[in-house]
Design a protein around this ligand. Structure first.
Ligand SMILES: [Zn+2]
Length: 214
C-alpha cells in the first residue's frame, strides 16, 4: 500500500559559485534555503538509477496553493498524472518540459522558488534532478555555456543530497554512484562544447568541504 508521507523540508542552502564569472547573469538572485519535498512512504531511494541528463518520470514540481499570480501562466499539468501514488488530488504541477520556462519566469517576476513550488517524487533520480532543477531556479543565466551551467547545478544537487542524506536515506555508496554518473555526464557535455573538463571540479572531497561550510 502506498500512502503519502507528510511533506518535509530539504535543506538547500545557497551554494558558492563554482563556475566562471559570466556563466550566470544573476547567480543566486534568490537565496536558496529549503525545498519542500513529499514522497511516498514506499519510496525507493537506492540505486540503480538512470541519470542521462533528462528529467525522469515520476518527478514534478507542484504549484503551491498560494503560488503568486505572476507565474500563473507557466505550463501546467495535473500532478497526479506524473506522480500517482501521493494523493495529489487536483493539484497542478509545472509541466516537466517547462523547467527552463520556470527558470526564466521566476527570475523575471522575482517570485522566490519556495513561494511557488514544491517537489513530489519517490525515486532517487527524481530527487537528484529535482535538486538540480532547484539550483537552476535560483541562478539565472543565458544558457550559452551549457556545460558550465549544468556543472553548477550538478554540484548543488550533490552537495544538497549530502546534506540531506539522513532525511532522504541516501547512503554513501548511492551518493558516490550518483556523483560518478554526474561526472560522466559533465565530461560528455564539456566534450560536446570542445572545452576541457577536470573531474576534480566534482570530486567528493571538494563537495564535502563545501557542504561542511554551508
Ligand atoms: Zn540542468
Amino acid at each position: 500500500m502506498h500512502s503519502a508521507s507528510e511533506p518535509g523540508l530539504l535543506s538547500t542552502p545557497a551554494m558558492p559559485r563554482l563556475v566562471p564569472d559570466g556563466v550566470f547573469d544573476a547567480f543566486s538572485w534568490a537565496e536558496s534555503d529549503h525545498l519542500a519535498w513529499r514522497s511516498s512512504s514506499a519510496h525507493d531511494l537506492t540505486g540503480p538509477v538512470a541519470l542521462d541528463g533528462r528529467n525522469p518520470g515520476g518527478m514534478v514540481f507542484v504549484f503551491r496553493d498560494d503560488a503568486p499570480e505572476a507565474i500563473a501562466h507557466l505550463p501546467r499539468e495535473l500532478a497526479r498524472l506524473h506522480v500517482p501514488a501521493l494523493g495529489l488530488g487536483d493539484a497542478w504541477a509545472l509541466a516537466p518540459y517547462a523547467i527552463d520556462d520556470a527558470t526564466d519566469e521566476l527570475y523575471a517576476t522575482r517570485v522566490r522558488p519556495r513561494d511557488a513550488l514544491w517537489l513530489a517524487t519517490s525515486t532517487i533520480d527524481g530527487l537528484v534532478w529535482g535538486l538540480h532543477d532547484w539550483a537552476h531556479f535560483h541562478n539565472h543565466g543565458p544558457f550559452e555555456r551549457r556545460a558550465w551551467t549544468e556543472l553548477q547545478c550538478d554540484a548543488a544537487a550533490l552537495v544538497w543530497l549530502r546534506l540531506n542524506a539522513a532525511r532522504a536515506a541516501v547512503d554513501d555508496a548511492t551518493w558516490e554512484w550518483i556523483r560518478a554518473a554526474l561526472v560522466a555526464l559533465s565530461e560528455h557535455r564539456f566534450a560536446e562544447e570542445g572545452e576541457p573538463f577536470d573531474p576534480t571540479w566534482l570530486a567528493a572531497p571538494r563537495l564535502d568541504a563545501i557542504a561542511a561550510r554551508l
